[in-house]
Write a protein that binds this ligand. Structure first.
Ligand code: PLP
Length: 396
C-alpha cells in the first residue's frame, strides 16, 4: 500500500492557525486589552429573514409523508428546479442565458473547485495568480500538476494579464480576488478569454464575491464576455452572497459549448457528480432558492451594504494615511501595503501590540503577498470604526 506522496509536498497551511495562536497569546498576556479582529474571512450577519422562512417551510415539508424529500432529483444532479430556475433568473439579469443542464448545485465553491480537477489530466500545466486563495495551489499539488504563476503586483494593480510566452492548460481567475479585492473589467477578461481560446485552455473562474461588485465596468460573470462559453467554468457560492458559510450551498456553471478532447465537460461533470456526490440538502436548497426572489435580493443587499459600510470605513482610514491599497469598493477585502517597509508578519505584530488590531499577513497567500496585509469588512460596524481610529492614531 502506498499513500499519495504528493500530500507530503503540501506546505503547512499555518497562516490562520498562526494568526489565531499569536492573538490568543497576546490576549493571555494582556487580558485588560480589547483586541479587535479585522482578519475574519467568514460572514457574521445572520441569514436573511426570507431564507429562514423558506428553510422553516422546508423543515415542515420533511415532517409530512406527502411532502417529505429523500435524494434530490436525478435529472439535474440532485438540484431542485426551484433553485436552478432562480439561478438562471439571476444570470438573465446579467444578460447571460443558461440552460438547466448547465447549472450544477453543490455544497459550496470550495468543494467544486477541488473536485473539478477529476476531469483533467495530471499532465496539464496550471496557471495560478499569486497571491490568491490557497485552495487552487494545494489541490493541484495533491493532483501532481505543474503550477506556473501569474504575478499580481502593485505595478499591475494586482490584476495580472495573460502573457503570450506562458503556456497553460488550466487557468484560475478569482474576481473579485481573495485576498487583494481587485476585480477585472469585462475588457480585461476578454483578453483572458482570447488567450484561453488560443491555448485551448480552460478557465476556472471563481466568482464567490461577485455580489460585492458595484462598478458597472466590472464583470459579475465571465459569461458576460463573448467566447467564454467555449472556454470557462464558473464557480459561485451563497456563502458570501447570502451568509451561507454554515448552511452550505453553491453552484457551478459548465456550459454545453465547452468541449475538450472530443468530450463535453458538462457531461463529464454530470457523470462525476452523480458518481461521487449525492446532492445538497433540500432544506439548504430551498433556503438558497429564496435568495434570488425580490424579497431575498433586497434582504441580502442590506447585509452586503452593512459589510460595504465597514469597507468604506477602512478605506477612508487608509486614504487619510496615504497607504496604497486595492479592494474595498467591489469586495469585502482591503489589501494594503505595509507601512514603513515592514514585512507582513512584522506589521501583524506591530498592529497587534500597538493598536490591538488583528489582520492577516499577505505572505500567507503567495510570495507576492509579502509586504502586504489583508483587512476585512466582515466584522462588527462599531468595532471596525474603533479599530480604524486606533490604526489612524498609530500610523499618522
Ligand atoms: N472561493 C474563494 C475565493 C473564497 O475566498 C472562498 C471562501 O472563503 C471560497 C471560494 C469558498 O466558498 P464556499 O464557502 O462556497 O465553499
Amino acid at each position: 500500500m502506498k499513500i499519495n506522496e504528493r500530500f507530503l509536498e503540501l506546505k503547512d497551511s499555518y497562516l490562520f492557525a498562526k494568526v489565531g495562536q499569536k492573538t490568543s497569546e497576546y490576549k493571555l498576556k494582556h487580558p485588560e486589552k480589547k483586541v479587535i479582529r479585522l482578519s475574519i474571512g467568514d460572514v457574521t450577519r445572520p441569514l436573511a429573514p426570507c431564507v429562514i422562512k423558506a428553510m422553516q417551510k422546508a423543515v415542515s415539508d420533511m415532517s409530512k409523508k406527502e411532502t417529505f424529500k429523500g435524494y434530490g432529483p436525478d435529472r439535474f444532479c440532485y438540484g431542485y428546479d426551484a433553485l436552478i430556475d432562480s439561478i438562471k433568473g439571476s444570470y438573465l439579469k446579467k444578460g447571460v442565458k443558461l440552460e438547466s443542464e448547465e447549472v450544477f448545485i453543490s455544497d459550496g465553491a470550495k468543494s467544486d473547485l477541488g473536485n473539478i480537477l477529476d476531469l483533467f489530466s495530471e499532465e496539464n500545466t496550471v496557471l495560478v495568480p499569486d497571491p490568491v486563495y490557497p485552495v487552487y495551489v494545494d489541490t493541484n499539488v495533491m493532483g501532481g500538476r505543474k503550477i506556473v504563476y501569474a504575478d499580481a503586483t502593485e505595478k499591475n494593480g494586482f490584476l495580472p494579464m495573460p502573457d503570450k510566452k506562458v503556456k497553460a492548460d488550466i487557468i484560475y481567475i478569482c474576481s473579485p480576488n481573495n485576498p487583494t479585492g481587485a476585480a477585472y473589467t469585462r475588457e480585461q477578461l476578454k483578453a483572458w478569454v482570447e488567450y484561453a481560446l488560443k491555448e485551448n485552455a480552460v478557465i476556472l473562474y471563481d466568482a464567490a464575491y461577485e455580489y460585492f461588485i458595484e462598478d458597472s465596468a466590472l464583470a459579475r460573470s465571465i459569461f458576460e464576455v463573448e467566447g467564454a462559453r467555449e472556454c470557462a467554468i464558473e464557480f459561485c457560492s451563497f456563502s458570501k452572497t447570502a451568509g451561507f458559510t454554515g448552511v452550505r450551498c453553491g453552484y457551478t456553471i459548465v456550459p454545453k459549448e465547452l468541449i475538450r478532447g472530443g468530450a463535453s465537460l458538462s457531461r463529464l461533470w454530470a457523470r462525476r457528480q452523480s458518481t461521487k456526490f449525492n446532492g445538497v440538502s433540500y432544506i439548504s436548497q430551498m433556503g438558497a432558492a429564496a435568495v434570488f426572489t425580490e424579497e431575498g435580493e433586497r434582504e441580502i443587499r442590506e447585509n452586503i451594504a452593512y459589510y460595504k459600510k465597514n469597507a468604506g470605513t477602512v478605506a477612508r482610514c487608509l486614504d487619510k494615511l496615504n497607504i496604497f491599497y486595492t479592494g474595498g469598493k467591489n469586495s469585502p477585502y482591503l489589501w494594503l501595503k505595509c507601512p514603513r517597509g515592514m514585512d507582513s508578519w512584522e506589521f501583524f505584530d506591530y498592529l497587534l501590540e500597538n493598536a490591538n488590531v488583528v489582520g492577516t499577513p499577505g505572505s500567507g497567500f503567495g510570495k507576492n503577498g509579502d509586504g502586504f496585509f489583508r483587512l476585512t469588512a466582515f466584522g462588527d460596524a462599531d468595532e471596525t470604526v474603533e479599530a480604524c481610529e486606533r490604526i489612524e492614531r498609530l500610523l499618522k
